[in-house]
Write a protein that binds this ligand. Structure first.
Ligand code: T4K
Length: 402
């Protein structure tokens, strides 16, 4: 990746972009090309492309081993995994879910005519606030979906206690949390089930893919049926089902990616440390703090921009970075509660979600993964540092463009 390092010129003020080739959030980590091609040759030789092939079975076994959970049911993507898990758990009526998540978490409910009841998050961790969950429990509440956002597990113990006390089903969207721990316990076996995404942008990827993990054998059996149209054998359909199967090509990619798990975590960790150095001392900018003692995959580098202390707003910084070809993102703006159909169904819901509303205006996600290294990260830091020093000028340019 070619780039020009400089300390004060900024593309937004007319200089050439710092990076000739864009830095993306979510650029796939590829792993060994040779291992992938070997697996693809094998599946072509076998002429077995999908429907519970050997690579999918191996992928399920490897995921279950790595997460130390009894059952793993691989799927075509994380969204369908959520839909199938929700259905297999018999959820209906209302389910409490954070608004600050990727919209798939909410859509998976609404797609099945279940009402997502949006709750607020903890400002320190950005995960579901158990106290707010409890306030929102009503007569139609069937369950809770906690999201381990950015790979930071929810307060699992409190949610498990709350769900059991109130007779609710607890499901986790663990799309970001592969390989992460909570109180030393690996994510994968918490609640009734947990759902993972292996989308290309995730640090372990199968191009498109997902999985449901659980320690409940009977649930795993139901999930397997539902993933395959409800077929229990040739011509024997025993339940409603969908097509949620993972293909052999995806499993080939997923297995190859899994083999590089340690390397990807190391790279992400090093990048996280580089960002800590590159952004040190900048006013009003804070990386979401790391919690020592827990395992993390560091796949998201999350910066909060404090509007009181930073000379530029989050959106102004985003414009500066994009002009220099650093394609930072403002995940998960503006919050599910403001997206359709939810925004029209309850236009006032933001009033009850003050932390979500504030965090949506502060979060900036920066590029990481195997396609970026220390030198580029140092340049990103220089761009931000220079931008803060020229905040007035930048604000004038941006307002003249509006
Ligand atoms: N729950 C949660 C909490 C989730 O975050 C997600 C997915 C789900 C559930 C659902 O799981 P899946 O059904 O997706 O398995 C991305 C992903 O599409 C999505 O999987 C992910 N979360 C979400 C957080 O991010 P976008 O809209 O950011 O994707 P896009 O196309 O803008 O790509 C991001 C960047 O990556 C771009 O700058 C380009 C780069 N890129 C992307 C792809 C696909 C590449 O360089 N190569 C590629 O192949 O949604």
């Amino acid at each position: 990746m070619s780039h020009t390092s400089r300390s004060s010129s900024l593309a937004i003020l007319g200089a050439p972009p710092a990076f000739a080739e864009a830095l993306h959030v979510g650029r796939p980590n590829l792993g060994s090309r040779e291992a992938l091609l070997r697996r693809i040759n094998g599946l072509l030789d076998r002429n077995w492309l999908t429907n519970n092939g050997p690579l999918v079975q191996e992928f399920e076994q490897r995921v279950a081993e790595r997460l130390d959970v009894a059952h793993c049911v691989a799927t075509c993507n994380g969204t369908v995994a959520l839909e199938i898990a929700i259905r297999a758990l018999g959820l209906s009526g209302e389910v409490i879910v954070p608004s600050f998540t990727f919209v798939a978490t909410a859509h998976a409910l609404k797609w099945q005519e279940i009402t997502p009841v949006f709750c607020d998050i903890d400002p320190r961790t950005h995960t579901i606030d158990p106290e707010d969950v409890e306030r929102r429990i009503g007569p139609r509440t069937a369950g809770i979906i906690g999201v381990h956002l950015w790979g930071r597990p929810c307060d699992v113990a409190r949610l498990e206690a709350l769900a059991s006390r109130r007779g609710l089903t607890l499901l986790f969207d663990a799309s970001h949390a592969f390989g992460c721990t909570h109180a030393g316990r690996l994510v994968g076996g918490c609640g009734a089930a947990e759902v993972f995404s292996f989308h290309a942008t995730k640090f372990i990827n199968s191009a498109e893919g997902g999985a449901i993990t659980t320690s409940d054998g009977r649930l795993a059996e139901r999930l397997r049926l539902m993933r395959n149209f409800g077929f229990a054998g040739y011509d024997n359909v025993v339940s409603i089902g969908s097509n949620g199967k993972m293909s052999e090509l995806s499993a080939a990619m997923g297995l190859t990616s899994l083999e590089s798990f340690e390397e990807f975590v190391d790279v992400n960790f090093r990048n996280h440390e580089s960002y800590t150095r590159a952004l040190a001392g900048l006013p009003g900018l804070a990386l979401l703090p790391d919690e020592r003692g827990e395992r993390r995959n560091y796949q998201y580098v999350v910066v909060e921009v404090d509007p009181e202390a930073c000379p530029l707003t989050r959106d102004e910084l985003l414009a500066v970075l994009h002009a220099d070809n650093v394609l930072a993102r403002r995940y998960f703006y503006p919050g599910c509660h403001r997206m359709e159909p939810y925004g029209s169904l309850d236009p006032e819901s933001g009033r009850g979600l003050p932390v979500t509303e504030a965090v949506c205006r502060r979060v900036l996600v920066l590029p990481t993964g195997t396609s970026i290294g220390d030198e580029q990260i140092a340049t990103v830091g220089e761009i931000v540092r220079a931008a803060l020093a020229k905040a007035e000028e930048i604000r004038r340019v941006l307002s003249s463009e509006r």
